[in-house]
Design a protein around this ligand. Structure first.
Ligand code: HEC
Ligand code: HEC
Ligand code: HEC
Ligand code: HEC
Length: 345
């Protein structure tokens, strides 16, 4: 009797454990957006289509590394070295390289690189929203009502457009390329594990193209409040991305070390932000989450849980604050001398 009872109980426990394993695996795959999702090639209209209206912006973009990499990268010796180690023949048809280095379109059923990193790499593939965002609800700039305008932007965002106001999404986009969560590409290919990226200094230099609303007259930097939010969001996304990147590490090699160091540096910087803003609970929470998971191999579950928490907390932070009361972080934000390059005007 007793043994039989024990056996049933053992069986029940086994079923529960199995169910939990499956559930955890499902959660892990749903939340681990570590590897960059390829662009929706079918919905790419290409920078020339945007240039029809955004002329000045396109002129600025053409001078950035994002544009020039299209011709330069595949021809560089460094690229050949990486490709050889990865046993890749044609860099321009290898989707691993295409996702971060190029904009691709489907042409005659084939994926074709048409530009470097372009408008839609950051603002998202335009086919569905391009028309909607620009047509003033079928009226003109002067006759469209405020309510219609609000509806137009809402619709554009629903169709995928990433507007400058969507700071978290923008930052996620930058980091999806500027941190490289491909262990083999780093350990075997010798590709950099990512850039020494920081959102304010990297977005306000050569990349800056705030020329649309000034009709090309000025290219002003983001305002003080926005810069503070850019800085904090950038750090939060950096930490989130680094934790996700540690989570997928399998070998005690250079990839794992770089990502762990990256996560550690980001949480230390976030600690400084928390010290500057002692009353902002969201920042304290991000720090706490950042230290909640050990930066080691085989710790996927804890690392992804922390990353997910950081994502939702940063979204809450951005929704609540515009940065106007965050002056205490100004000394932490890189100043103009640290910006990456200069825009042409
Ligand atoms: C037919 C002209 C036209 C084309 C083509 C066009 N845009 Fe625009 N775009 C506009 C107009 C007009 C506005 C400003 C709308 C307003 O003032 O409310 C705008 C605004 C924007 C903004 C600022 C949004 C904001 O939140 O203020 C972004 C970003 C943008 N466009 C990106 C793009 C990208 C990327 C493409 C190509 C995929 C593109 N646009 C193609 C006309 C166009
Ligand atoms: C996850 C995104 C990502 C992937 C995938 C990726 N790269 Fe990169 N790559 C980058 C980033 C970001 C940089 C810039 C790093 C820096 O700031 O120094 C870079 C830099 C480079 C450089 C040195 C700078 C240059 O552009 O000449 C080469 C060469 C290069 N990548 C080649 C490749 C090749 C070949 C592949 C495919 C096997 C590849 N990359 C895949 C993101 C990526
Ligand atoms: C590397 C990512 C990236 C690329 C590439 C990019 N943008 Fe942007 N765009 C941004 C960011 C970030 C902002 C907000 C900048 C800020 O707050 O200083 C922005 C702002 C804008 C604005 C608002 C400008 C204003 O006057 O306020 C427009 C319009 C725009 N982008 C259109 C484009 C077009 C068109 C292209 C291609 C020619 C393009 N962007 C390429 C990231 C990008
Ligand atoms: C689709 C991938 C991708 C996205 C998205 C992206 N970048 Fe890049 N970025 C790259 C690659 C790859 C390079 C290296 C290009 C080269 O030099 O060959 C680069 C280079 C740069 C550079 C020049 C760095 C230097 O060495 O001088 C700056 C600045 C930069 N990115 C800022 C940004 C910002 C800010 C964002 C987000 C608003 C962003 N990037 C989004 C892939 C990307």
């Amino acid at each position: 009797m007793d043994t039989c009872h024990d056996r049933t109980r053992f069986h029940v426990v086994k079923v529960i454990v199995l169910a939990m394993v499956f559930l955890l695996a499902a959660i892990a795959s749903a939340t681990s957006q570590t590897v960059k999702k390829p662009q929706n090639h079918k919905k790419i209209v290409g920078p020339n289509a945007c240039a029809e209206c955004h002329k000045e912006t396109t002129e600025i973009w053409k001078k950035t590394h994002h544009a020039t990499t299209f011709k330069k990268m595949p021809r560089s010796k460094e690229a050949r070295k990486i490709a050889n180690k990865m046993k890749i023949k044609r860099i321009k048809s290898e989707s691993l390289c295409l996702t971060c280095h190029f904009t691709t379109q489907i042409k005659r059923k084939k994926k074709k690189p048409i530009a470097g990193i372009s408008c839609e790499s950051c603002h998202s593939a335009g086919k569905d929203w391009e028309k909607v965002h620009s047509e003033f609800s079928g009226k003109t700039e002067k006759t469209e009502s405020k309510a219609e305008e609000a509806k137009r932007w809402k619709k554009s965002e629903k169709l995928g457009m990433i507007r400058p106001s969507a700071i978290y999404k923008l930052a996620k986009n930058c980091y999806s390329c500027h941190v490289v969560p491909q262990e083999k590409l780093v350990n075997i290919g010798g590709h950099p594990a990512g850039s020494a990226f920081e959102l304010v200094s990297w977005s306000q230099g050569e990349v800056r193209h705030n020329v649309w609303y000034s009709k090309g007259k000025t290219n002003k930097q983001a305002g003080a409040g926005r810069k503070r939010i850019l800085y904090i969001t950038g750090l939060a996304v950096e930490l989130e991305t680094a934790l996700r990147s540690v989570a997928v590490a399998t070998k005690s090699k250079v990839y794992a070390f770089r990502m762990a160091r990256r996560a550690d540096a980001a949480r230390k910087k976030m600690k400084k932000v928390a010290a500057a803003l002692p009353k902002t609970g969201e920042v304290a929470k991000i720090v706490e989450l950042g230290y909640s998971a050990g930066l080691k191999l085989n710790n996927k579950k804890a690392l992804l849980t922390a990353a997910k928490g950081i994502a939702s907390t940063s979204l809450a932070l951005i929704a609540k604050y515009d940065g106007s009361t965050f002056g205490a972080v100004d000394p932490l934000i890189p100043n103009e001398s640290k910006y990456k390059g200069k825009p042409p005007k």
